[in-house]
Design a protein around this ligand. Sequence first.
Ligand SMILES: *Cc1c(COP(=O)(O)O)cnc(C)c1O
Length: 379
Amino acid sequence: MIPIAIPLLDKEEADAAREAVLSGWVSQGPQVAAFEREFAALVGAPHACAVSNCTTALHVALTAANIGPGDEVITASHSFIATANCIKYCGATPVFVDIDPDSYNIDPDRVAEAITSRTRAIVAVHQMGMPCDLAALAAFADRHGLILIEDAACAAGSEVRVNGHWERIGKPHGRIACFSFHPRKVITTGEGGMLTTADAELDRKFRLLRQHGMSVPDTVRHGSAQVIFEDYLMVGFNYRMTDIQASVGRKQLERLSELVARRRSLASRYTELLGNIEGLILPFEPQWARSNWQSYCVRLPDGVDQKVLMQRFLDQGIATRRGIMCAHRERPYSNDKRPHDLRQSELAQDHSILLPLYAQMTEENQVLIAETLKKELQV
Ligand SMILES: *Cc1c(COP(=O)(O)O)cnc(C)c1O
């Protein structure tokens, strides 16, 4: 059986988790602080704040940006449903706009059309690790006084070229970037998330929001020779990461460059193997972007039934996934007003599949997958 993905976790991560367990400090503590410092350094961000997952990171980001009832937030429907849900958590209205069919990312021209007097923020997704058009979106957000939040759940290790230099996603290029360390992403802590920003005041708010609005972290009280009484400065949440997760994350960070290089070479091998299948559209990487290839998405030739094909693959021991879902087709959103056309989003969901891609994959695995696809498409 070839799975869709397997995380690369080894003895180093297991040993690190064991040490954290035996250290006597298992919730948010010194390992979380070290993971934050190392993540910030790796992506080139002034501040990084760890949380329990990327859904909570997005909720914290929107809350820290004071997004609330009456506000509109422009985003893609074509994303994992958490992107839209976080906007609903704040009582704000997600305004879905269509994607660019080549990149599967939000189309800046459609964003421009969707702006109203209530628009406060844009949540732009780096879908499947492919950077979205940050230059256009950031310029646009600046011009209209909007807060640009990057849903970088899948994009740890992806890069964009800015003024001739490659920079990692998370620097950040918007006001805030949010990452996921779910096992389906390129690096994992089991569950986990991270917010990065260049804004010290926002970072201070993230730290309050993730821990009940508490004025003094546990590590400070624990280490103090004086008795400290904490205050609760706002209605916060419990969105803490544990030191066990962070200790695993630190080891995963050491692997990130190598994992991305491996995934990039697997993706280019797919491109070679699948390049001559008529009607099959391979993923497109703009020259200003370097994807971490969190997923490799192919668009099927006209007339091919996605689900039938996926079942044929599964019957032959190869797992695939359908293209990225559209939130507006799911029950919590299906009755909402939908002022903007989402045809490209729907087509992408219905006519693409994700192929297995993970570091431990072999050349034989890839050849088998390519041959199976050719055989099933009868080319
Ligand atoms: C995975 C994912 C999320 C949610 O991340 P969790 O860490 O599982 O909460 C949000 N947005 C996108 C685009 C994702 O792919």
